[in-house]
Write a protein that binds this ligand. Structure first.
Ligand code: PLP
Length: 417
C-alpha cells in the first residue's frame, strides 16, 4: 500500500480530542488553531496522572518521585526523536517568546560592536525584538523585507543583505500571517557559507508536521508546544556544539550541564511530563493508519504522519484559498493555493470596505471561532498597510478540521455583501 492512497480517518482523529464533545465547544467550527490547538485525551490523561500520582519533587528514590523524573526525561527523549535531535539539544521553556529572549541574551557572547544581525518583517515579534535589542550592545540590525506583490521573503534579497560582518539571521519557517513555507534548508546553507548562526521560528510550521532539524541543518529552531497539541510550553532546539559554548544563565554549580545552562530555572514538571501524550497520540494515529508497518523508527513514523496530515490539510484549505482569491471583494495574503506543502493552511484576508472586526463578528454569529488581530506580527501588517488594531481575519486549520466545517465557512463568507 502506498502512502498516497491512505486518507486520514477524520472520525478517528476527532474521537481523540475531548473538546469536540464538550458542551461549550462541540457546536463550534474551530479555526483559531494558529493561536493554540486543542489537546488529545492522551495529553490530558498524562497531566491528570502526574498531578494525582507523582506531583512531588522528581528524581528521588521513592516511587512517586522516581516515576515523575522518569516521565520528564522520557518526554524530552521522545521529542528529541520526533524532531531528529539528541536529548542534550532540547530545551523546554515557558514559551517561544521566552526561549528566544533567553537565547538572545546568551548569544551576546558572539556579538561585537559593528557586527550585523538580519531579521525579517514577516516574522512574529517573538523572533524579531530579542535580536533587534542587541543593538544595545552595538549590533547593526538589517531587515529582510518581504516582497509586497507576492508577500514572499525572496532569497536573492537576503543575499544582498549578507556581509562578512553578519553573525545572526533570525527567520520564520512559516509566517503566522502569510502562511508560506520559507525554504529554511536553503536559507541555512547560504547563511552557513558565511558563518552566520540561523535561528528558525517553527511556531506556525510544526503544528502541520514536526520538522527534521538535522535535515534543515539549522542552529536553533523553536516552536510552541501549546500549538502542537500540548500544554502551554515552548521547545527550543539548539545544536549541541553551539549550546556547549554558551554562557551559563542558570545556577552557578550547573555551569557545565548544558542544555540546563540556558534557562534560569527548570521546566514546568507536570506540563513537561504530559508531552508524552503528544507522542502517544501521534503514535496511535500512525498505528491506526499503518497497522502493518511496525518496524519504523519514531522519526520515520512522524514523516508518514506528516504526509497524511498535510494531504488532508491541503484538501481542506485549497477550496477556501480558491474562493478568497477569486472573489473580488476579498484581499487574500500569501499564495492562492497549496502545492506539495509550500504553504500552511493559515489563511489571512481582509474584505474591501469592511472592518475585519465586523467580518469576525459575522463568523462568530455562525459558530465559526476565529479572530481579527495583528497576531503580534505587527511589522508584517504594517508593511501590508493594514490597521494594526482591526488587523486581518485569520482562518487557521489543523488536521482535525473537517470538510463540512470548511464548506460552512465558505457558505458564511458568501453572505458578505
Ligand atoms: C509564528 C509565531 N512565532 C512565535 C510566537 C510566539 O509564541 P509564544 O506564544 O509561545 O511565545 C507565535 C505566537 O503566536 C507565532 O505565531
Amino acid at each position: 500500500m502506498t502512502l498516497e492512497n491512505i486518507n486520514l480517518d477524520i472520525e478517528y482523529v476527532r474521537s481523540q480530542f475531548p473538546a469536540f464533545e464538550d458542551p461549550l465547544s462541540k457546536d463550534w467550527s474551530f479555526f483559531e488553531n494558529a493561536g493554540g490547538s486543542y489537546v488529545p485525551k492522551n495529553v490530558i490523561d498524562r497531566l491528570n496522572n502526574f498531578m494525582i500520582s507523582t506531583k512531588v519533587q522528581p528524581y528521588g528514590e521513592y516511587p512517586m518521585s522516581r516515576i515523575a523524573g522518569e516521565n520528564m526525561d522520557r518526554a524530552t527523549e521522545l521529542f528529541s526523536k520526533i524532531i531528529n535531535a539528541n536529548n542534550k539539544e532540547i530545551i523546554i521553556g515557558g514559551s517561544t517568546s521566552l526561549n528566544l529572549y533567553v537565547l538572545s541574551n546568551a548569544l551576546k557572547k558572539f556579538i561585537n560592536p559593528g557586527d550585523e544581525i538580519i531579521v525579517t518583517n514577516q516574522d512574529h515579534e517573538a523572533n524579531i525584538s530579542p535580536w533587534r535589542r542587541l543593538s544595545e550592545i552595538g549590533a547593526k540590525i538589517k531587515e529582510w523585507k518581504f516582497n509586497l506583490n507576492n508577500h514572499e521573503l525572496e532569497i536573492n534579497e537576503l543575499e544582498k543583505l549578507i556581509s562578512n560582518k553578519t553573525k545572526i539571521l533570525a527567520v520564520t519557517h512559516c509566517s503566522n500571517i502569510i502562511g508560506s513555507i520559507n525554504n529554511l534548508k536553503k536559507i541555512t546553507k547560504i547563511a552557513h557559507k558565511n558563518n552566520i548562526i540561523v535561528i528558525g521560528d517553527g511556531v506556525s510550521y510544526a503544528p502541520h508536521g514536526f520538522p527534521d532539524v538535522k535535515d534543515l541543518d539549522i542552529d536553533f529552531y523553536t516552536f510552541s508546544l501549546y500549538k502542537t497539541y500540548g500544554p502551554h510550553l515552548g521547545l527550543l532546539y539548539g545544536k549541541e556544539e553551539i549550546l556547549k559554548e554558551l554562557p551559563n544563565q542558570n545556577h552557578e554549580f550547573l555551569s557545565n550541564d548544558y542544555p540546563y545552562t540556558l534557562n534560569p530555572g527548570g521546566s514546568n514538571h507536570e506540563e513537561l511530563s504530559c508531552l508524552i501524550g503528544i507522542y502517544e497520540y501521534l503514535n496511535n494515529l500512525y498505528k491506526h493508519h499503518y497497522a502493518n508497518e511496525i518496524n519504523l523508527s519514531i522519526r520515520e513514523r512522524i514523516k508518514k504522519i506528516n504526509l497524511l496530515i498535510s494531504n488532508h490539510e491541503e484538501k481542506l484549505a485549497n477550496p477556501i484559498l480558491n474562493f478568497l482569491s477569486t472573489e473580488e471583494k476579498f484581499n487574500l495574503y500569501g499564495k492562492s493555493s497549496i502545492k506539495n506543502k509550500n504553504r500552511a493552511p493559515t489563511i489571512s484576508f481582509t474584505v474591501k470596505n469592511r472592518k475585519s472586526s465586523e467580518i469576525c463578528q459575522l463568523l462568530i454569529k455562525n459558530n465559526i471561532a476565529t479572530k481579527n488581530d495583528n497576531f503580534y506580527a505587527w511589522r508584517c501588517l504594517k508593511a501590508l498597510g493594514l490597521d494594526l488594531n482591526d488587523g486581518l481575519i485569520r482562518i487557521s486549520l489543523l488536521h482535525y478540521n473537517t470538510q463540512e466545517e470548511c464548506e460552512k465557512l465558505i457558505k458564511t463568507l458568501k453572505k458578505i455583501n
